[in-house]
Design a protein around this ligand. Structure first.
Ligand code: CMP
Length: 139
């Protein structure tokens, strides 16, 4: 089924000029980038985005990292896009990520892991509206 997921190319990747290389992996996997914007997240935006992790010990570090440099927020569309993108990203910890995945190719650590992708269709919808309106998404 065609669906949408939300993606972020994180500061460790934008800093190393890897936006195009990450996008090539996304597109080669059959996902279509139907909205994309490079932004510098505010602290409030990052705290809201990661509010489900607010009680985790790494929350402060995670927010500091996400606002340390620009990110690229994206909407990806394709067959089973949520699950497909999670496959393409690889495991959260790059040391455990499969060959050919974005995190295996590019990520530096569990904290600085190059990309975010929604973990469910419900969260994809909630995350997309934090950064895009319907008019921004051209499928
Ligand atoms: P993401 O998919 O963006 O969602 C939550 C993020 O928390 C996750 O990717 C990781 O980058 C980050 N994270 C998870 N575990 C740790 C950890 N142990 N230390 C620092 N960051 C972490």
């Amino acid at each position: 089924m065609t669906e949408r997921t939300f993606s972020i190319i994180k500061p460790d990747a934008t800093r190393r000029n890897l936006t195009g290389k990450v996008n090539a992996v996304i597109e080669d996997a059959g996902l279509r980038i139907v909205a994309q914007r490079r932004i510098h997240m505010s602290r409030a935006q990052a705290e809201k985005f990661y509010e489900v992790h607010a009680e985790r010990p790494f929350f402060g570090e995670l927010v500091d990292f996400m606002i340390s440099a620009p990110v690229v927020v994206q909407v990806l569309e394709g067959d089973n896009a949520v699950a497909r993108y999670r496959e393409v990203m690889g495991a959260t910890n790059p040391a455990q990520a499969a060959d050919g995945t974005i995190r295996k190719l590019f990520a530096e650590s569990v904290g600085e892991n190059s990309v975010h992708g929604s973990d469910s269709q419900e969260n994809a919808a909630l995350e997309i509206v934090q950064f895009f309106t319907d008019a921004d998404i051209v499928g």
